[in-house]
Design a binder for this molecule. Structure first.
Ligand code: FAD
Ligand code: MLT
Ligand code: ZN
Length: 477
C-alpha cells in the first residue's frame, strides 16, 4: 500500500469536514480532464480535484495536504506544453478555476489586481474597455489563466516589444505548502526592499507555492496596428530583414514571427485557410507593427522599404492586408499552427521550445536541417515561432506511425539529446518560454551547473520541505 493510500482515509475525512461536499471532486471524467495539459505523452492518475473559492481555502487545503503528506498539482488553464500540470503519480489537483475575479482597475496607476484563475483573454477584454492592455498575448489566451501565465513566465507573440510576463507583475499573493499567505511586492513600480521574493515564483511552475492573486502592470493599448506577411528564401534572409528594419524604420515592431514552409502548408491544409501566395517559398515572416492612429502600413516607410527589399532580393513576395478582417485572416495563419499540428498528429507531437541568440539563428537552423536529414530522416521536422527574440518551436512527428507510439517517444529522447547539444553549442536555452515541467526535467540536469542545481534544490527544500508541490517536475533532483 502506498504512503498516499494509507493516509487517504483520514486525509479525505479532514477535507470533507473542513470544506463540505462541493470542494473535492473525484468523478473519472473530471479527473481525466483536470489531470492533464496539452501534452499527450503520459497517462494521468489524479486522485481528486479541489476547487477553492478563496485564498483561505487554498491555505487550509495545503496545510491539510502537508500534514498528511499528500502531493498537490496547482492547475491553471492546462494549456501548458511541458507537462507541468500533469498529475501522473496520484496527486490531488488544486484548480484555480473558481478564483476568477478581476478587482477594480486603477486607471491612474495603470494596474489591476486579479485572482489567479482569471482567463487571460477575459483580462484582455476587460482592459480593452479602458484603452489599456496586459501585453502578454498567446494563442492559448482563450483558456490559459493569469496564474498559469505567471507560473510559466509566459512569453508569446509580443515579447520583442514588451518582454516576458515577469516584466508585467508588480505583486503576488502566494500560498506556501505550510499554508502561509504571503503578499510579495506592492502596487508600485519602485519598491527596492532588497531581494525581491516574488520573482522566485514567476516561472516556478507550481513547485514553490500556489499563486492566488496578482497585481498586474498595464500599458496603453496601441490604437492602430498593421500586419504583413512576407515570403523569403530562407531564415538567413529573414534575420537580415529584421536588422534592416531596426536600422531603417522607426515603427515599433510588435511581432516578427517565422513560419517554415511546412508549417505554412500544414496550417493551411488543416484549417481551410487558403494558401496566401500563388507559389511556395523558403519561409515566411508574419509581422505586426504599431502605427499612428490614422496611419496604414502602406503609407508608412515600411511600404517603401518593402519595395527596396523586393528589388534587392531580400524579400520574394509580400502581402499587406488592409481591412482589419484581412489582417485577422493573415494573423490567423500564425496563431493556428499549434492547433493544426496538434490535430494532424492527434497529439503525438514532440516539441523543442528553444532559444538561441538571434545572430546565431541561421547557422543553428542550417545545422538543425542537416541533423534531421542525417539522423532522423523518417521524422517530419517543422519549425516556427518568435524569430524576433530568437525563440523557435521545433516540432517533430512520425508521418508513418499510427499504431503504438512507444517507438516515437523513444526516438524523441535521441532527438532531445541531439537538439539540446546543438542549442548549447550556439549558446542557447533548452527551454525558452514553455518551461521545464515533466518533459525537460531530466535534460535540465545536463544544461545547468551543479552549483546552480544545488541552490535550486535548497530553495525547493526551504519552501516545500516534503516535496509535495508538483513533485517530479521542474526542479532537478
Ligand atoms: P497550466 O498549463 O495549467 O500550468 C502550467 C504550469 O503552471 C504547471 O506547472 C502548473 O502547476 C503551474 N500553475 C498553474 N497555475 C498556477 C498557480 N495559480 N500557482 C502556481 N502554479 C500554477 N506559451 C508561451 O509562453 N508563449 C506562447 O506563445 C504560447 N502559445 C501557446 C499556444 C497554444 C495553442 C497552446 C496550447 C499553448 C501555448 N503556450 C504558450 C503554452 C501555455 O499556454 C503557457 O505556458 C501558459 O502560460 C500556461 O498557462 P495555463 O493557465 O494553461 O497553465
Ligand atoms: C506558439 O508560439 O505558437 C506557442 O508557443 C505554441 C507552440 O509552441 O506550439
Ligand atoms: Zn511560442
Amino acid at each position: 500500500m502506498s504512503k498516499l493510500e494509507c493516509h487517504n482515509k483520514s486525509f479525505l475525512r479532514s477535507v470533507y469536514t473542513t470544506f463540505g461536499t462541493d470542494f473535492l471532486h473525484t468523478d473519472p471524467e473530471i479527473l481525466s480532464k483536470y489531470g492533464r495539459d496539452w501534452t499527450k505523452r503520459h497517462t494521468t492518475r489524479a486522485q481528486g480535484v479541489v476547487f477553492p473559492r478563496k485564498v483561505q481555502e487554498v491555505a487550509q487545503f495545503l496545510k491539510i495536504c502537508e500534514a498528511h503528506r499528500v502531493p498537490v498539482v496547482p492547475s491553471g488553464g492546462r494549456t501548458g506544453l511541458a507537462g507541468g500540470a500533469l498529475a501522473i503519480q496520484g496527486e490531488f489537483i488544486l484548480s484555480l478555476d473558481r478564483m476568477n475575479q478581476i478587482y477594480p482597475l486603477n486607471e491612474l496607476g495603470r494596474n489591476v489586481r486579479v485572482q489567479a484563475g482569471v482567463i487571460t483573454e477575459h483580462l484582455q477584454n476587460h482592459c480593452d474597455l479602458y484603452g489599456l492592455m496586459w501585453p502578454i498575448d498567446l494563442a492559448a489566451k482563450g483558456s490559459s489563466q493569469i496564474g498559469g501565465n505567471i507560473a510559466t513566465n509566459a512569453g508569446g507573440m509580443h515579447v520583442l516589444r514588451y518582454g516576458m510576463t515577469r516584466n508585467w507583475i508588480l505583486g503576488l499573493q502566494v500560498v506556501t505548502m505550510a499554508g502561509e499567505i504571503l503578499e510579495l511586492g506592492k502596487t508600485l513600480e519602485k519598491c527596492n526592499l532588497g531581494c525581491d521574493l516574488k520573482q522566485l515564483f514567476i516561472g516556478s511552475e507550481g513547485c514553490l507555492g500556489v499563486i492566488t492573486e496578482a497585481e498586474l502592470k498595464l500599458v496603453k493599448k496601441p490604437k492602430n496596428q498593421g500586419v504583413l506577411l512576407l515570403a523569403v528564401s530562407d531564415i538567413t534572409k529573414a534575420t537580415h530583414l529584421l536588422k534592416t528594419l531596426y536600422e531603417k524604420s522607426q515603427l515599433p515592431i510588435l511581432a516578427f514571427e517565422w513560419i517554415c514552409p511546412k508549417s505554412m502548408s500544414y496550417v493551411c491544409r488543416q484549417t481551410n485557410i487558403s494558401f496566401p501566395f500563388d507559389q511556395a517559398y523558403g519561409g515566411y515572416i508574419c509581422g505586426i507593427f504599431e502605427l499612428a492612429p490614422d496611419q496604414t502600413l502602406l503609407d508608412s516607410e515600411i511600404s517603401i522599404l518593402l519595395e527596396d527589399f523586393i528589388h534587392d532580393g531580400f524579400v520574394e513576395n509580400g502581402i499587406i492586408p488592409q481591412s482589419s478582417l484581412d489582417q485577422q485572416q493573415v494573423w490567423a495563419i500564425r496563431e493556428n499552427i499549434t492547433e493544426a499540428l496538434h490535430t494532424l498528429t492527434s497529439g503525438n507531437l514532440h516539441k523543442n521550445d528553444i532559444a538561441v541568440p538571434i545572430h546565431n539563428l541561421s547557422k543553428f537552423i542550417e545545422e538543425l536541417d542537416n541533423l534531421q536529414k542525417t539522423h532522423f530522416p523518417d521524422m517530419e521536422m517543422i519549425h516556427f515561432g518568435h524569430l524576433g527574440d530568437g525563440n523557435l518551436h521545433i516540432n517533430w512527428f512520425d508521418p508513418k506511425e499510427n499504431g503504438s507510439h512507444d517507438h516515437f517517444w523513444q526516438k524523441t529522447r535521441e532527438i532531445n539529446e541531439s537538439v539540446f547539444r546543438l542549442v548549447d553549442k550556439y549558446k542557447g536555452s533548452i527551454s525558452a518560454e514553455h518551461g521545464i515541467g515533466l518533459l525537460k526535467r531530466e535534460a535540465l540536469k545536463n544544461y545547468m551547473s551543479s552549483e546552480e542545481q544545488s541552490y535550486l534544490l535548497a530553495l525547493k527544500k526551504l519552501w516545500d520541505p516534503h516535496d509535495l508541490l508538483n513533485p517530479g517536475k521542474t526542479v532537478p533532483t
